[in-house]
Write a protein that binds this ligand. Structure first.
Ligand SMILES: [Zn+2]
Length: 205
């Protein structure tokens, strides 16, 4: 939901962003399929980073290790720390920076939001500030990190997405990879709350 809305928002600013997904051996392929479909919908390039060769990387999370069960409940719960993929966003942003330099562009769009702070260290303002400083000096010319959702909660993102006409039927949030969203994992619970707050209907349900 966040990435799709961020993409719609960036396109609306008359940008034609290059999209990035990372295959880090996550439990299921659905989010990658969704990302590719969304990039196609907005006629943007889709760049897949294959991090599956390095099987020592990004471990210790239920999202990258099928032997760790997906916790059920709310993102504020302590158990949700199992969904933290170690240092994933720094890895992602580093690739985005390299792609930006290669393409000769100066902007990176990154979509963490208020609801991410409680659990994910690499979504908090202190991390973003540090990455901004790194991007300012990592190349001959600075790269700017834009985080338009930092002050929004998930309901606000859903509302914005609806107003931008985001095809939410193409998105996938559930941490399990079934045919239908499980309705119990943190991502499903948060998604349901977001649609309720935005007074919108989830097309996936
Ligand atoms: Zn789920």
């Amino acid at each position: 939901m966040d990435s799709a809305t961020l993409l719609a928002w960036a396109v609306k600013q008359i940008y034609r962003p290059a999209c990035i997904s990372v295959d880090y051996g996550q439990r299921h392929r659905r989010e990658l399929d969704s990302a590719r479909a969304l990039a196609k919908h907005y006629r943007c390039s889709w760049n897949l980073i294959n991090a599956t060769e390095s099987n020592w990387l990004l471990k210790g999370s239920c999202l990258s290790d099928v032997s760790i069960p997906v916790p059920h409940g709310h993102f504020e719960d302590e158990s949700m720390k199992l969904t933290v993929v170690p240092n994933r966003n720094m890895l992602l942003l580093a690739h985005a920076g390299a792609l930006a330099v290669g393409l000769g562009v100066q902007w990176i769009f990154y979509g963490p939001h208020k609801g991410d702070y409680a659990i994910y260290p690499d979504c908090r303002p202190a991390f973003i500030q540090a990455m901004r400083q790194a991007f300012a000096v990592c190349h001959f010319t600075p790269i700017y990190l834009r985080t338009p959702f930092l002050e929004l909660d998930k309901g606000g993102i859903c509302e914005l997405g609806v107003s931008l006409g985001v095809p939410f039927d193409l998105t996938w949030s559930c941490y399990e990879g079934g045919d239908k969203p499980c309705g119990k994992c943190g991502a499903c619970v948060e998604r349901a709350e977001a649609f309720a707050a935005a007074k919108a209907i989830d097309p996936l349900l």
